[in-house]
Design a protein around this ligand. Structure first.
Ligand code: IPE
Ligand code: IPE
Ligand code: MG
Length: 255
């Protein structure tokens, strides 16, 4: 077990983490609406608190030594929400970029967008592109923002581009498809966390998550704090990732 770095304002002094920390964590940040409702607040307040929480989570990920964090911020299915809420979610991403970009850059965060740009308002598209370009040389943590993202949509786009590029059927391999996904060049997520107690994938990283460990917590996203993240990492550390093999094979590989 590795002692977690002691920081000021940190109640978790000397708490410990397993040695095997996931390199890539993906989070389905769910439950903002129910969090707000339980406090008698409008859903949009839940989304606002959700973005505050993102700051904390990023910091914790850096402290815990996570290299890549992928967050599900807006799905291709979320366009079906009431127009006012959709507008608000667009506005929130815009505000987060305006407010946080400088600090994220100073903290070495490289921002990437995964999802379809088409459909997003041109002004917001430009902001997203600017944030990605501005932070592209940072190496401390890669933050993939899944916005207007759908796993099926991603595969459809990959197949279209593979066909446009003229590949022959026998050239189509798992590796080729991976290279045509938005996550090209990145390792698959080791751990996918979903908050708010839901036990479904909701079209998130359906290709990349083929062998990810899943972790669900009843905590709503605005309440998912460093201790919650630590619990997820501890559980991940106890999981046995077999990748189709037997325990005996894994044990002999370890020797
Ligand atoms: C997650 O919270 C944020 C987005 C999907 C954009 P929800 O808005 O889904 O919150 P619940 O699930 O209704 O509580
Ligand atoms: C998944 O949450 C999408 C994001 C967190 C952005 P939803 O709240 O949209 O998922 P469903 O509709 O309950 O499956
Ligand atoms: Mg939800």
């Amino acid at each position: 077990m590795i002692p977690v770095a002691k920081t000021q304002n940190d109640d978790l002094l000397f708490e410990s983490l397993p040695e095997r920390v996931p390199r890539h964590i993906a989070i389905i940040m769910d439950g903002n609406g129910r969090w707000a409702k339980s406090r008698g607040l409008p859903r949009t307040e839940g989304h606002r608190y959700g973005t505050e929480n993102l700051r904390r989570t990023l910091k914790s990920c850096v402290e815990f030594g996570v290299e890549i964090l992928t967050i599900y911020a807006f799905s291709t299915e979320n366009w079906s929400r009431p127009p006012l809420e959709v507008r608000m979610l667009m506005r929130i991403l815009e505000m987060v970029i305006d407010r946080e970009l400088k600090e994220l850059h100073e903290n070495g965060v490289q921002i990437r967008h995964i999802g379809e740009m088409e459909g997003i308002a041109p002004v917001l598209q430009k902001k997203i592109q600017y944030a990605c370009d501005y932070t592209k040389d940072n190496t401390r943590l890669i933050l993939n923002v899944a916005f207007n993202y759908g796993g099926r949509d991603e595969i459809v786009h990959a197949v279209r581009r593979i066909m446009q590029d003229g590949f022959a059927p026998e050239q189509v391999t798992e590796d080729l498809i991976s290279r045509y996904l938005y996550t090209c060049g990145l390792p698959d997520p080791d751990l996918i966390i979903r908050t708010s107690g839901e036990l479904r994938v909701s079209n998130f990283l359906i290709w990349q998550g083929a062998y990810s460990e899943y972790y669900a917590t009843p905590a709503y996203w605005p309440d998912f704090d460093k201790e919650e993240l630590r619990k997820a990492l501890v559980e991940y550390g106890q999981r046995k990732r077999r990748f189709g093999k037997t325990d005996e094979q894994l044990e002999s590989e370890d020797e």
